[in-house]
Design a protein around this ligand. Structure first.
Ligand SMILES: [Zn+2]
Ligand SMILES: [Zn+2]
Length: 241
């Protein structure tokens, strides 16, 4: 079922896009290509290039391959693609998307994310499904929509991948208020999920903070019979945030 707001977002988005054709969304300068950004702003975005090869946590040293958490215990998911750091214009963009429900910001996130996918991404694996991080029902009602679900559906449309939804069984205290261990304890057995057999699951979120939610959902997916679980998110919080 498609909620009503999806349709109205699309209409508004169309209008906003046509309002500024050929202008960069970040600096309002002219763009030469069909893109919504100029090359200079694109290059200057906070890229999450130096990051853990397993969980995409930003690293402090170029010599590191895995972050300290993955070195002590590997996560249940096999890899993560999180191209941006949640700061500067990326933080602003997510903020506009999340709290002001700006469809222009949301579509810009989708376009930027798609731009970061390499060619091999286009040949999708068989049985691949997108699994957005669910919100507790009460929370999505409060906020109006689940941004991870919206992001996953847009990517699914572009990449021709089905979206599967998990249920969040219990509400959890705000992750922000808890330490890393607390966040882990807080997230045990909170999801319920039914998967088609032999699914390759890609967990989708907008911003990853510690990876504890992805870890918990990955465990649930594996327990539900997933062959493999990977994580896809738009941005990762900077170190120490
Ligand atoms: Zn620009
Ligand atoms: Zn890691």
């Amino acid at each position: 079922m498609t909620p009503v707001w999806y349709a109205s977002l699309f209409r508004l988005e169309k209008r906003l896009r046509s309002a500024l054709p050929g202008h960069c969304a970040f600096c309002l300068g002219q763009t030469l290509e069909e893109k919504a950004w100029c090359q200079e702003c694109f290059d200057r975005l906070p890229w999450n290039k130096r990051c853990c090869t397993r969980c995409a946590e930003p690293l402090t040293s170029v010599r590191q391959v895995l972050c300290t958490h993955c070195r002590s215990e590997l996560p249940a998911f096999s890899g993560a693609h999180v191209p941006f750091i949640f700061e500067g214009p990326i933080r602003q963009l997510v903020h506009n998307f999340k709290f002001e429900a700006s469809p222009r910001a949301g579509h810009l996130m989708v376009d930027l994310y798609l731009e970061t996918l390499t060619g091999d991404r286009e040949s999708r694996s068989e049985n691949e499904v997108l699994l957005p991080v669910p919100l507790f029902a009460g929370r999505s009602q409060e906020r109006g929509f689940n941004q991870a679900d919206w992001f996953a559906r847009q990517l699914g449309r572009h990449l021709d991948l089905p979206v599967i939804n998990a249920t969040r069984l219990v509400d959890t205290p705000s992750q922000r208020m808890l330490g890393r261990q607390g966040r882990r304890d807080n997230l045990n057995d909170v999801f319920q999920l039914h998967l088609p057999s032999a699914s390759r699951v890609v967990i989708v979120d907008d911003v990853v903070t510690t990876g504890a939610t992805a870890q918990s959902l990955a465990r649930t997916a594996l327990a539900a019979g997933a062959m493999n679980v990977a994580v896809l998110a738009f941005a990762r919080t900077p170190l120490g945030a």
